[in-house]
Design a protein around this ligand. Structure first.
Ligand SMILES: O=C(O)c1ccccc1NCC(=O)[C@H](O)[C@H](O)COP(=O)(O)O
Length: 214
């Protein structure tokens, strides 16, 4: 069954709604040098992460420029996993892996040249549509067939992200058959605020499809 990560939670009510809806992972964004309504400060990131219950994965989404910066952040916030958006080379992702106990999800674009190198050092790849500054949350889809090729060719789990919504997630899961899917803006009522009904429909549509009931 395809797992679901809901990203960019900014308060505890949204975090709890995401968990209640049946998501497998909750993404908290901190330490990104881009303008986004989904970023929270360190204390909030720590509090939101700490409140994610057992059997649901808390994911720190961050854009560090050095391994040391990433380690410091992860040590303070203590997520279950870390998603590194831009900033670190494949070798630096490998160096980070040696310094932390958490799994690392490396973010790549579907046509990035270094995909295999990242796959060699990360625990999973998240294939996203990123903006000119390297950030996510664009609400833009990309070539799902290309991501499907990566699912077939790579040994690491592949997560599909970028422009997913409750309406298109079933088709995305059927086309790509990813390990997991990820959404931020597609389940919001306003920037940084989750629409709880949309979150519920997103999780249901993703999981129903991967159970073969649609
Ligand atoms: O969502 C953001 O604002 C963001 C900013 C900077 C770095 C990463 C960011 N999001 C990371 C995610 O994992 C998003 O869920 C992913 O990019 C998909 O976003 P969307 O297209 O809005 O569903």
């Amino acid at each position: 069954m395809t797992r679901v990560k809901i990203c960019g939670v900014t308060d505890s009510a949204d975090r709890d709604a995401v968990v209640t809806a049946g998501a497998d992972a909750v993404g908290v964004i901190h330490g990104v040098p881009v303008d986004t309504p989904r970023e929270v400060d360190e204390a909030t990131a720590e509090r939101l992460t700490d409140g994610v219950p057992p059997f649901v994965t808390s994911v720190l989404v961050t854009m560090p420029t050095t391994v040391q910066e990433a380690v410091r952040r992860i040590d303070r916030i203590e997520p279950d996993a870390v998603q590194v958006h831009d900033g670190l080379s494949p070798a630096e992702v490998g160096a980070l892996d040696n310094r932390i106990t958490q799994d690392i999800v490396a973010v790549v674009e579907a046509d990035a040249p270094a995909i295999e190198d990242y796959a060699a050092h990360a625990d999973a790849l998240l294939v996203d549509s990123v903006d000119a500054d390297g950030g996510g949350g664009t609400g833009e889809t990309h070539d799902w067939e290309r991501t499907r090729d990566l699912v077939d060719s790579l040994d690491v789990p592949v997560v599909l992200a970028g422009g997913l919504t409750p309406e298109n997630v079933a088709e995305a899961v059927e086309t790509v058959e990813p390990f997991a899917i990820d959404v931020a803006s597609g389940v919001e009522s306003a920037g940084g605020t989750k629409d709880h009904d949309a979150v519920e429909r997103f999780v249901q549509n993703a999981k129903r499809t991967s159970e073969g009931a649609v």
